[in-house]
Write a protein that binds this ligand. Sequence first.
Ligand code: OOG
Ligand code: NI
Length: 261
Amino acid sequence: MDYKNIIAKCWSDYVSKTPSAEAIHQLLAERGESIVNDHIAFRTFNHPKTGIEVLAKPFLEAGYEESGEYHFEVKKLKAKHYQHPDDHAPKIFISELLLESFSVELNQTVEQIVAPIVTGSLIEFPSIPWTDKSHETYKKLLAESEYAAWTYVFGFCANHFTINVNELKTIASLEDMNELLKSAGFELNTSGGEIKGSPSELLEQSSTLADKQVITFAEGDFKIPSCYYEFAKRYADVDGNLFQGFIAKSADKIFESTNTR
Ligand code: OOG
Ligand code: NI
């Protein structure tokens, strides 16, 4: 499948659970901006049926190439990012929860939910291959890992799109982007400061706090943090090449945009 088809599907699913994304586009459209996405991100479990390499398959088939690897010791996550030769293609960031670092109970939950997935099958985007969700289970996962609980509820959907601030014509800095968002009433993720990273690290990032979506569990309906919007400004290295990677220390804080508050 062409990467544009996968991303278009992910976008329509993402806006359906992230009304803020549509509102932010509107805010920028009113200023005459057209939006270029820097990257989109997915989460998963490092189970043989669902690990990073499994999720990456459709992207590799669509021409993406593996470009970077990142480790998050405290959150017990690993991630990789993928780039496409077409400069207009958003980068793909895929992370996975390191199951061996978690309880037997968490591992049993993951075994149960991935049971319907056929080993070696392609993961479709967006999708959630398991259906029944228990709020009791959600709370237990939450006690061990915000990431595990989020992935249990939302599955393999884009958890954020990222506006490439370099491509905006009326907004020169990430500070200005953030001021515009705040004055329009959007709440930003302040973990690690509103802006993560710096020009000397060649990447500055900020993000909204995730919208909330009503999710139907076996026990009833609950509002759960869904997806968020990120903003990235990239800087050139000494050779004049725009940095294309990610910064683990910053990403660590960006993950918290979906935390339950
Ligand atoms: C990914 C968080 C990291 C970035 O740009 O550093 C990230 C996630 O929330 O799944 O997107
Ligand atoms: Ni991101």
